[in-house]
Design a binder for this molecule. Sequence first.
Ligand code: PLP
Length: 388
Amino acid sequence: MSDIFSIDNEYIAHTYGRFPIALVSGKGAKIKDVDGKEYIDLGSGIAVNIFGIADDEWQKAVTEQLGKLQHTSNLYYTEPCAKLAELLCTRTGMKKVFYGNSGAEANECAIKAARLYSYTKYGEGRSTIITLKNSFHGRTITTLAATGQDTFHTKFGPFTEGFVYCEADNIEELNRLANENNCCAVMFEVVQGEGGIHVLSKEFVAEIDKIAKEKDLVIIVDEVQTGNGRTGKLYGYMNYDIMPDVVTTAKGIGGGLPIGLCMLGEKMKDVFTPGTHGSTFGGNPVCSAGAYSIMSRIDDKLMAEVAEKSAYIKAELEGAKGVKSVSGMGLMLGIETERSAADIIKEAMERGVLVLSAKTKVRLLPPLNIKTEDLKKAIAILKEVIGK
Ligand SMILES: *Cc1c(COP(=O)(O)O)cnc(C)c1O
């Protein structure tokens, strides 16, 4: 085991601060480390394993496809990515899908789509995109530029130009930025994930919608974390009264395999023409077959379960000793605690529960189908650790 740590530390670029456990296998919300210690996972590999570890149906879909054909390139047609795109469009009302492999790539596509839409219709110069302060859109140079946090805007410059940042829920600032800049789009998460589980207000989202309609701005909703049932609806925007022009997603839709995608609505569906965008692995048949299995199982019954579990967690933690507040929607929750999130994460881990942080909060992103007994056990431990 110490071997894994020392080899990893020696040979893997130090971009991550890892916790000192090495994970090997699991089932559902339970995961084991190399010493055989079992944990209840309330993080899902950061909102990825939405049906937990080694889910039977997903595994079957993936391995069946793996036995047939693992990759073709985008020079040819394959069934899994076509069927997944059809399912996504049918369930959302979006019209076309572009496939990439990560959240950042999905957002890169959305940014290109918005600028291309504007360029095609209005010509050069109308390229500014309003994003929100405390947002997170990815780690590529352009998605870092889109991310409205100053800490991400150093050391790697020059960054991609054309992003301005609006305080979340500040309607006045939104109007000012939209009037002062030559904008083509507004891009946001309906629940800011990495930014600290902040749920956007209904009024603010309605104002985005209003301004976007007045000025023909492209509404891009980044659903990389909020998407695929996480908030209790298929996509987070469905908690609001809007129809976005572009929706990006990744994380949970792959069920654990890398897939990111950008959905284009009615006004955007024909922006891309051959040669304007692409990805070698995009639409990979194995990832698509797995994602199809995931997507076809996010139904009303599951969403009712998510709402119930969300209510349970909130009822347990709100007002509990050491808890200042609980924010979020569905199974995307942030807990503001009196003790430091880092200490809580460490002690919960020692006691067999994996949780995450978001800024100063403890963040919970459990598998959507976590068994009630596992959830109860984990929340009881977490409550003790928070209240210590
Ligand atoms: C995780 C995340 C991303 C980046 O996704 P990657 O797959 O790591 O590139 C982008 N936007 C949001 C909202 C995210 O939570």
